[in-house]
Ligand binder design. Structure first.
Ligand SMILES: CC(C)(COP(=O)(O)OP(=O)(O)OC[C@H]1O[C@@H](n2cnc3c(N)ncnc32)[C@H](O)[C@@H]1OP(=O)(O)O)[C@@H](O)C(=O)NCCC(=O)NCCS
Length: 175
């Protein structure tokens, strides 16, 4: 599969809705239980891109096979240099074949160009592929919250992984 990374467009909302929808309904890798509507995805792509990168991985026919984006970690002002990053590769695309790496490397590059300093991945604590993925990309564990989420009748914990991606002395954000 020949994978290209490009900026997400509002017209990708349907594909992103389907990719994420599978994980909301069938897994604990996200704590979302109800998949947002395509219209809500459209709006979130537009809103996210005002301050953060939102990118997709596409195959030879421009079919979206994965997405990654960043967002505000907490709403208080002082958190503005840190972001929470999100990544999903389609259930139908091959895993552990490099698509996630292509997405995260590009996401990190774009975030660091804007001036963000830390990427945080928030991962369900038994999602071993994602934990290993974050470690492979240079993230380290900075927090563990056991039994913080309750989904489909089961308590689940999360681990936070963090990577520093910029100098802590140049405090410019090029948004
Ligand atoms: C987690 C996810 C984004 C990783 O993307 P990917 O394309 O499968 O990962 P890559 O092929 O780029 O892997 C890069 C490295 O991560 C690690 N890794 C990836 N998948 C792994 C697995 N199943 N087991 C162990 N290590 C794994 C390896 O170190 C790998 O390097 P290697 O190929 O040299 O062994 C992807 O599997 C996915 O979307 N999973 C379902 C949704 C999800 O869990 N999203 C994250 C929510 S926090």
């Amino acid at each position: 599969m020949d994978i290209r990374i490009r900026e997400a467009q509002p017209s990708d909302a349907g594909a992103i809705h389907d990719i994420y929808g599978y994980y909301t309904k069938n897994t604990y890798v996200t704590f979302t239980e109800k998949n947002p509507t395509v219209e809500e995805y459209k709006n979130s792509i537009i809103e996210t891109k005002k301050a953060y990168p939102y990118i997709v991985a596409v195959d030879e026919s421009d079919k979206v096979v994965g997405m990654a984006y960043a967002g505000q970690i907490r709403h208080h002002d002082a958190y503005r240099f840190s972001v929470e990053s999100t990544i999903y590769v389609s259930k139908d695309a091959p895993k552990h074949s490099g698509i996630g790496t292509k997405l995260y490397v590009e996401l990190e590059k774009r975030l660091s160009e804007i001036g963000y300093k830390f990427m945080y991945g928030v991962i369900t604590d038994d999602n071993i592929p994602s934990i290993e993925f974050h470690k492979a990309l240079g993230f380290t564990e900075v927090g563990h919250f056991e039994n913080i989420g309750y989904k489909f009748g089961t308590w689940k914990g999360i681990v936070w992984y963090r990577k520093q991606i910029g100098s802590l002395t140049d405090m410019t954000l090029n948004i």
